[in-house]
Ligand binder design. Structure first.
Ligand code: T5A
Length: 228
């Protein structure tokens, strides 16, 4: 670690929410905020983050909706997560590097559990296995109308000229996406000690400001370190 690197205890932050609410954009912006304060951090994502988990990602997301079913999906996402935690997240936290993760276990609970119908007790058991004790310190739930968010996703596909079209979950109905939104809000209410809901329908800059406020509020040591 370089001499001018800030040495706060490493924190594990996850960003959650439906499709296209701006998680990936804000993961990058949050990492840049930390970097400006010389707080060491890595960005990662789920499903993915390690070669084995990325392999699970590609066959899960490119398949037909009916290919696996929510139960098998929950198991596969948990398998990917277990590898991600053991090989990337836990080692980085142990060496003092903050971890910012684009989706984590709340996505399994929202997509496969509350929306897909997999029982809570199975989701709970998979979570115990996959997390190996590494619960996030803060989860930012980005919340907005799915209709607008899906329009963003479609616009991006046109701009990028994405040849493959929408993935497995983007193809679900608008009603399904509304239930998904409600699922994330239920999770945030049930885990209010860990989750902060952020209105995600503003500009990228507005969202970055709201997220940074929430992070500073949860981890006041960031301000203390910087005023030292
Ligand atoms: N899944 C995942 C499960 O079912 N169970 C699980 O356990 C896990 C971990 C992952 C899929 O897997 C499912 C959920 C997902 O369906 P993914 O490709 O990673 O697939 O999907 P998303 O996480 O939804 O990623 P997206 O890229 O689609 O959405 P983001 O990251 O929320 O949004 P972002 O930042 O990429 O922005 C989308 C577009 O909007 C613009 C961006 O430039 C971009 O074009 N944008 C804004 N436009 C206006 N105003 C703003 N504030 C904007 N912010 C971003």
């Amino acid at each position: 670690m370089s001499v001018d690197t800030v040495t706060t205890a490493a924190r594990f932050i996850t960003l959650e929410g439906g499709e296209g609410v701006g998680k990936s954009t804000q993961v990058k912006r949050l990492a840049a905020q930390l970097e400006r304060r010389r707080v060491p951090s890595i960005r990662t994502r789920e499903p993915g983050g390690t070669p084995k988990a990325e392999a699970i990602r590609s066959f899960l997301l490119q398949g037909k909706p009916e290919q696996w079913g929510p139960g098998a999906e929950a198991v596969l996402f948990a398998a990917a997560r277990h590898n991600h935690v053991l090989e990337l997240i836990a080692p980085n936290l142990a060496k003092g590097t903050w971890v910012i993760c684009d989706r984590f276990s709340d996505s399994t609970r929202a997509y496969q559990g509350l929306t897909g119908g997999v029982e809570d007790k199975l989701i709970d058991a998979l979570e115990i296995l996959a997390l190996d004790g590494h619960k996030p310190d803060l989860t930012l739930v980005l919340d907005m109308d799915p209709d607008t968010a899906l329009t963003r996703v479609a616009q991006r596909a046109v701009e990028d000229g994405t040849p493959t079209g929408p993935d497995r979950f983007e193809r679900e109905s608008l009603d399904w996406h509304r239930r998904l939104r409600e699922a994330f809000l239920v999770i945030a209410r049930n885990h209010a000690e860990r989750c902060v809901v952020i209105a995600a329908d503003g500009s990228e800059d507005d969202l970055e400001t709201a997220i940074w406020e929430a992070v500073r509020h949860r981890f006041p040591e960031l301000d203390a370190e910087n005023s030292a």
